[in-house]
Design a protein around this ligand. Sequence first.
Ligand SMILES: CC(C)(COP(=O)(O)OP(=O)(O)OC[C@H]1O[C@@H](n2cnc3c(N)ncnc32)[C@H](O)[C@@H]1OP(=O)(O)O)[C@@H](O)C(=O)NCCC(=O)NCCS
Length: 203
Amino acid sequence: MKAKLESERIKLRNYVLEDIDDYYDYIKSEDISGRLGFPPYKSKEQALERLKIEIKKPYQFAIVLKSENKVVGSIEIMLPSRDRNARAKFDERYAGIDAGENPVEIGFLLSPKFWGLGIMPEATVLATDYAFNTLGASAVCIGHLKANTNSGRVQDKIGFKIVNEIKTDKTWIDGSATTSVRRIMTKDMWNKIRKAKFKEFVK
Ligand SMILES: CC(C)(COP(=O)(O)OP(=O)(O)OC[C@H]1O[C@@H](n2cnc3c(N)ncnc32)[C@H](O)[C@@H]1OP(=O)(O)O)[C@@H](O)C(=O)NCCC(=O)NCCS
């Protein structure tokens, strides 16, 4: 079964170079870079270099808000089992957790102009269904800094389950200490909720 990466409101598709203006508009935001721990992008040229890298990733999706035909954020599905080093790092991060042979990890960011509209929960539902039903994932995993409550809320709303919370050297944007929280959705969990909770987004 192929999951469609589209709902009434949004569409997920690969990035193209023509996305640069929309992309720069949010990747330069300190509300994003501060939360993700990279230096703010200071020029469109610098952002274009990053966009070129994103274009090459097969499961790095631009989130298109259909009503405005505008790219408003990114959601990426990473497949650690395709690469031995990536799988080893994944196993370290999710130590002791049975995520099966083909776990995937999801990461996301959204333009602050569109926060609070439920766009990322919707994109995450589409990506999760795609991961299980098109990529054959054994589990979908996702992590965030505990202080990043917005990200934690997205994951909770969908039904991801916390599997570990560990110390991290990373600090929050105000310099305060935080922890790293990881959640999982197994295929069984997803099969139980996908239609019951998200029938408007999944086939
Ligand atoms: C995390 C993120 C993707 C959430 O996307 P979203 O589409 O706004 O998600 P939601 O609409 O479900 O909102 C989630 C929570 O954010 C908070 N929130 C909503 N609007 C907000 C705003 N304008 N400003 C600050 N926080 C807001 C609310 O607590 C909300 O929870 P609620 O719906 O229970 O009230 C977005 O905040 C973001 O891009 N943050 C920066 C990048 C990042 O942190 N990525 C994740 C790394 S792990």
